[in-house]
Ligand binder design. Structure first.
Ligand code: THU
Length: 142
């Protein structure tokens, strides 16, 4: 699927992820990642990966985008787009980020985007089958 075939705001979402990638702070991996998330009222928030000399503190672009949106009052999301430096294949998000997506919406569309703006869509539920979600905590206990 090419970004040119996507309707706005999905087109804008993909473009935002590609553009923000250049702002990644990744001096250790030199692996730039840009993420953009679309709220239920069609606002877009972005994020980049932010690394640290204490390597374990690195934070992925996807989670930075979500923290950015949540901290500005949003918690209903329709879609996310993520772009990294890989040229010839679509890269799926890490496991930690999948769990953070599942907190908000298993039906959220996730666009894996290449730097040439081509994209491939999958849902969070497909990325994380049998997810542990807020609903899990509501079930009857012993
Ligand atoms: N990274 C992301 O930002 N998102 C992912 O889905 C996978 C990995 C970042 C973390 C680290 O800064 C760099 O990419 C290399 O792992």
């Amino acid at each position: 699927m090419n970004v040119d075939n996507l309707e706005s705001p999905y087109n804008d979402l993909v473009k935002a992820a590609v553009k923000v990638k250049d702002k990644a702070y990744c001096p250790y991996s030199n692996f730039h990642v840009g993420a953009a998330i679309l709220t239920s009222n069609d606002q877009i928030f972005t994020g980049v990966n932010v690394e640290n000399a204490s390597y374990g503190l690195c934070v992925c672009a996807e989670r930075v985008a979500i923290m950015n949106a949540v901290s500005q009052g949003h918690k209903e999301f329709k879609a996310m787009a993520v772009c990294c430096d890989i040229k010839d294949s679509f890269k799926a998000p890490c496991g930690a980020c999948r769990q953070v997506f599942a907190e908000f919406n298993l039906n959220m569309d996730f666009y894996m985007v290449k730097p040439d703006y081509t994209s491939k869509k999958i849902t969070v539920g497909e990325l994380l089958p049998m997810a542990f979600t807020p609903a899990s905590l509501q079930e009857e206990r012993v």
